[in-house]
Design a protein around this ligand. Structure first.
Ligand SMILES: Nc1nc2c(c(=O)[nH]1)N[C@H]1C(S)=C(S)[C@@H](COP(=O)(O)O)O[C@H]1N2
Ligand SMILES: [Mo]
Length: 423
């Protein structure tokens, strides 16, 4: 299997880790990790428009929070009011993840639902361009429109497979989905405003949550910076899967940064700025860093930005569903992160032998996932189903997770294996 990390962020981390570890020489205990840690208890937002919640599947299950009451309770695991995961068995065979099944992750309680009352009136400040301006969603709609499918995946998806039990939500496979976004391309917007002012290194998006008073705003503000080049494919989106963007998913307006992990896709965006420096917010400076196992989070560690090639199997047998011996079709999803999927291989013996799966369904572009399928004959007994994707650049999904203290970017095909009992 591959031993050389292909992800540039990972290469940087490995290059820098000796120094970082030496410099650290510190115990890892007691490190505060804001990122993806359970948020403070939310004040229940107004939900005048939300349809009634379905009863949860299991009696032990937590109820859906009011702002997400319209989600399909049977398809999700409610970890907390601000962390809701799609069940592995709920990923269907279609390419787009239905909104009712899509995961939700809020670092802060979402804003009041009243912000959706006048969607077109929502304002976003654009800075770092030749003609900085505040535009409304209504204004943005006059500039242009495009649709793009992307994999939206939380940086911590797969954290539940890290044996050291990092703090934060123990997501397995379901903090991810493939979503169709509609909005205005960021490059169209920048062109309209006269182009970039100089050559700022970063594109910075600021979330529109109202922050509690009396606390340092930098400690809570959801403000993320990504390398400027990411603007080429980025979008300010007002629709998701053909519907006006819900509050849960960042309505009225959200930044989409294709290929980048969830946190970089800022919801309720109120400011988009091209900046020389990364945001001073904690979520940027020390949150979402690939912190080595025994180090403290620090701005000199790689930021969690680009996603890596990753795939997993969703059927048959997810979440303990019965599987009968005989012919079955093994199905799953695969994506490259920054590049298109070239091939997916599947093994029903835990990686000893592999067969190439067929990519099925439409190709919605390099940032979407591909569905794959492989008919196999299953004998009675235990089987470990695993899949491995390769992208068009020759990057292969890693066999083993890259250990890091906060438990980010787990792309290990081994960790994502689906153990089934065939009868
Ligand atoms: N304003 C704002 N944007 C945000 C967040 C947030 O808490 N506030 N959470 C981020 C994280 S960590 C993830 S994984 C995604 C989740 O998007 P979703 O809830 O639409 O699935 O939104 C990102 N954008
Ligand atoms: Mo996330």
């Amino acid at each position: 299997m591959e031993t050389t990390p292909r992800n540039p962020a990972r290469r940087r981390l490995l290059a820098g880790s000796a120094g970082a570890l030496a410099a650290a020489g510190l115990g890892a205990s007691g490190i505060a990790r804001a990122s993806d840690a359970p948020a403070k208890p939310a004040a229940a937002p107004a939900t005048a428009t939300a349809p009634a919640a379905k009863p949860a599947a299991a009696s032990t299950a937590k109820p859906l929070p009011p702002y997400a009451a319209w989600k399909d309770a049977d398809s999700v695991i409610v970890h907390s009011a601000n962390t809701i995961e799609t069940r592995r068995s709920a990923f269907g065979d279609g390419i787009i993840t239905p909104s009712r099944q899509l995961y939700v992750r809020n670092n802060l309680p979402p804003p009041d639902a009243a912000i959706l009352d006048d969607r077109d009136g929502w304002k976003v400040e654009i800075q770092g361009v030749k003609q900085p301006r505040t535009l409304t969603v209504g204004d943005l709609k006059t500039l242009g429109v495009e649709s793009i499918a992307t994999v939206l995946q939380c940086s911590g998806n797969g954290r539940g497979f890290f044996p050291h039990k990092p703090s934060g939500t123990p997501w397995e496979v379901g903090a991810a989905g493939c979503v169709m976004w509609t909005g205005v391309p960021v490059r169209t917007l920048v062109e309209y405003l006269g182009g970039l002012d100089g050559t700022p290194a970063f594109m910075t998006g600021t979330g529109g949550e109202v922050l509690p008073e009396g606390l340092d705003p930098k400690s809570l503000l959801v403000e993320r910076s990504v390398p400027r080049e990411a603007m080429q494919d980025a979008m300010l989106a007002w629709e998701m899967n053909g519907e006006p963007l819900s509050l849960a998913h960042g309505g009225p307006l959200r930044l989409i940064v294709p290929g980048y992990t969830g946190v970089n896709n800022v919801k309720y965006i109120k400011r988009l700025a091209f900046t020389a420096e990364q945001s001073p917010a904690k979520i940027q400076q020390t949150g979402y860093r690939l912190t080595p196992m025994d180090a403290k989070p620090s701005p000199d560690q790689p930021s969690v930005w680009a996603m890596e090639p990753k795939s997993w199997i969703n059927a048959p047998g997810a979440n303990g569903q019965a599987v009968k011996a005989g012919r079955v079709v093994v199905r799953g999803v695969a994506f490259g992160g920054m590049h298109a999927v070239k091939r997916v291989d599947v093994s029903i013996d835990g990686g000893k032998t592999w067969k190439q799966a067929a990519l099925i369904g439409p190709d919605l572009g390099k940032y979407a996932w591909r569905q794959f399928a492989l008919p196999v004959e299953l004998t009675a007994g235990q089987h470990m189903l695993v899949s491995r994707v390769e992208d068009t650049q020759g990057n292969v999904q890693v066999e083993n997770r890259f250990e890091n203290a906060p438990g980010y970017i787990n792309s290990s095909w081994r960790d994502h294996g689906l153990a089934i009992n065939v009868s």
